[in-house]
Write a protein that binds this ligand. Structure first.
Ligand code: 5AD
Length: 352
């Protein structure tokens, strides 16, 4: 599929004409990664953040948000919950928090790996290469870092770097792959200033980067961020925000271009379409769901965007809902870690 074909689908809004896209994405998903849905327990270990991203509610200048950081014991307890729930992976996510010390987390990863069979995924923002290496050495398996948009000028507008540095998430994704992580990227859909044209570039970049995991979700304006007020005269090619349909189109196209990659039906889609967001994702390319296992007193404070799906639910309730939805679609729940078939293919193809 070329840029023009991707653009054609992204601009298609007629539900009848979109049917062939959904069918094709679902077929590719079934053929390449099967019917089993992998469950990853999402643990939001800290909402501290040193960055000032224009879109995100965790940004440092948002003084209205009470901040928390989970203790090692709380994190280990949640990992045991993940195991009891049958989840094969724990995803530890946080703002870019310098309070998450490198040796502290390395020790914790070792403890989790010794005490449980869980795969460990990290999603902790742009950390120095030495941190990424230390955590990989300690046993971390995967790392998620969305590049948010491939439009460099837009990226710089919404994503100020740490003082004195240049933020280059694509370079970090290369580093992650070199360190032997399964590397995950992704974008938000409908960022003010994002056009259909650049969104098509984003999808092509997924394939060029040969990512093992790709997360895509609608941009949802957060009132305590500078990006929230929408531009009065949007660009004529502006992608709409908070749209489950747009997110599904990107997901379906991503599945077609990256058949072996693990693709979650994301929380952001379930937030904008509470009734059927998760199901639509699973039927349009996704093979992963990341149910939240964060203790409720903390998850209520992990406000990347407003009214995040499941932020008022306990981990048990989320588990029950997610299981019911998967089984109702005639899909199965995977057991085991659910490692990326894309990475296995890459390793098999690599010269020894
Ligand atoms: N709307 C939707 N997604 C968001 N993220 C951050 N802020 C928002 C928002 N307002 C996404 C980013 C980030 C991921 C952890 O959450 O893509 O990489």
């Amino acid at each position: 599929m070329q840029h023009a074909d991707i653009l054609h689908w992204l601009r298609q809004h007629d539900p009848e004409r979109l049917r062939p896209l959904w069918r094709r994405a679902d077929r590719v998903r079934r053929t390449h990664v099967g019917d089993a849905v992998h469950l990853r327990g999402l643990l939001e270990i800290s909402n501290h953040c040193t960055r000032r991203c224009a879109y995100c509610g965790l940004r440092a200048p948002n003084r209205s948000l009470p901040r928390y950081r989970m203790t090692a014991d709380e994190i280990l307890d949640a990992c045991h919950t993940a195991v009891a729930f049958g989840y094969g992976t724990v995803v530890m996510q946080a703002g870019e928090d310098d309070g998450i010390g490198t040796p502290w987390l390395a020790d914790l990863i070792r403890e989790i790996k010794a005490a449980t069979p869980l795969a460990v995924t990290l999603s902790l923002g742009e950390r120095p290469d030495a941190d990424l290496a230390a955590w990989r050495h300690a046993g971390a398996d995967r790392y998620l870092l969305r590049f948010e948009t491939s439009d460099r000028a837009l990226y710089e507008r919404i994503h100020p770097p740490r003082p004195g540095t240049r933020s280059d998430r694509i370079a970090i994704l290369h580093t992650l792959a070199r360190l032997g992580y399964e590397a995950g990227g992704g974008v938000m859909i409908g960022i003010p200033g994002q056009t259909y044209h650049t969104l098509a570039d984003d999808i092509l970049l997924f394939r060029t980067l040969d990512l093992d995991m790709i997360g895509v979700g609608p941009y949802i304006p957060h009132p305590h961020t500078p990006l929230a007020p929408q531009a009065d005269t949007p660009h004529p090619d502006q992608v709409p925000h908070s749209s489950a349909l747009m997110a599904c189109k990107v997901l379906a196209l991503t599945r077609i271009l990256c058949p072996l990659t693990n693709l979650p039906s994301t929380t952001a889609v379930a937030t904008v379409d509470g009734a059927q967001g998760h199901e639509l994702g699973l039927q349009r390319g996704a093979n992963v769901i990341m149910p939240n296992i964060t203790p409720i007193q903390y998850s209520a404070l992990y406000q990347i965007y407003p009214s995040k799906a499941s932020s008022r639910e306990t981990a048990e309730q989320t588990r029950a809902t997610v299981r019911r939805r998967i089984l109702a679609l005639g899909r199965t729940i995977a057991t085991g870690r659910g490692d990326s078939l894309n990475r296995l293919r890459r390793l098999a193809a690599a010269p020894t």
